[in-house]
Design a protein around this ligand. Structure first.
Ligand code: GDP
Ligand code: MG
Length: 152
């Protein structure tokens, strides 16, 4: 089975571990339950089963997910500052916690901030599952070279 290394990057508390645990277990886990920073998840696609290995750093990653917290504008600024060094790595940007009533970063501000990247942008929620598999769909379509790949 092919394994792809995916870096998940972003400030503390934006929801990286929750997002990975959601994919690994299917459940929303509270932070206390999350100590794992390197995790493997198998995903079925119409082009076969693949393994995603999550890493906290971008060295030798096949693709990266930059995550920030839609309730915390400074976490968005923070990832923006880290992006320029990554010209060779395919990545997506995810604004997490779209479910939260404390959300302050609007869709328009999100798009405006990252528009020059021409990389996929997703609003997601690891809690409600909103768009939660879109990042992998786009990453696997890119890595496997199939525009009609779907997750199963
Ligand atoms: N409302 C809401 N809270 C979330 C979501 N994802 C994570 N959290 C909470 O945000 C906090 C930090 O999550 P964690 O996964 O530990 O963040 P990490 O430091 O980036 O790994 C925890 O209290 C989570 O329960 C989400 O989609 N919505
Ligand atoms: Mg974590």
């Amino acid at each position: 089975m092919t394994t792809y290394k995916i870096a998940i990057l972003g400030d503390r508390n934006v929801g990286k571990s929750t997002f990975v645990a959601r994919h690994a277990t299917g459940h929303f886990l509270e932070a206390d339950a999350l100590s794992v920073d390197s995790y493997k998840v198998n995903i079925n696609t119409n082009y076969g089963r693949v393994c995603l290995e999550f890493k906290p750093d971008v060295t030798k990653a096949d693709a990266a997910i930059f995550m920030f917290d839609l309730t915390s504008p400074k976490t968005m600024t923070s990832i923006k500052e880290r992006l320029p060094g990554l010209s060779d790595t395919f990545f997506v940007v995810c604004g997490n916690k779209s479910d939260s009533s404390r959300r302050v970063v609007t869709s328009k501000v999100f798009r405006t901030n990252f528009i020059e990247l021409q990389m996929p942008l997703f609003e997601i929620s690891a809690k409600s599952n909103y768009n939660y598999d879109k990042p992998f769909l786009v990453i696997l379509r890119h890595l496997m070279g199939h525009d009609d790949l779907v997750l199963m």
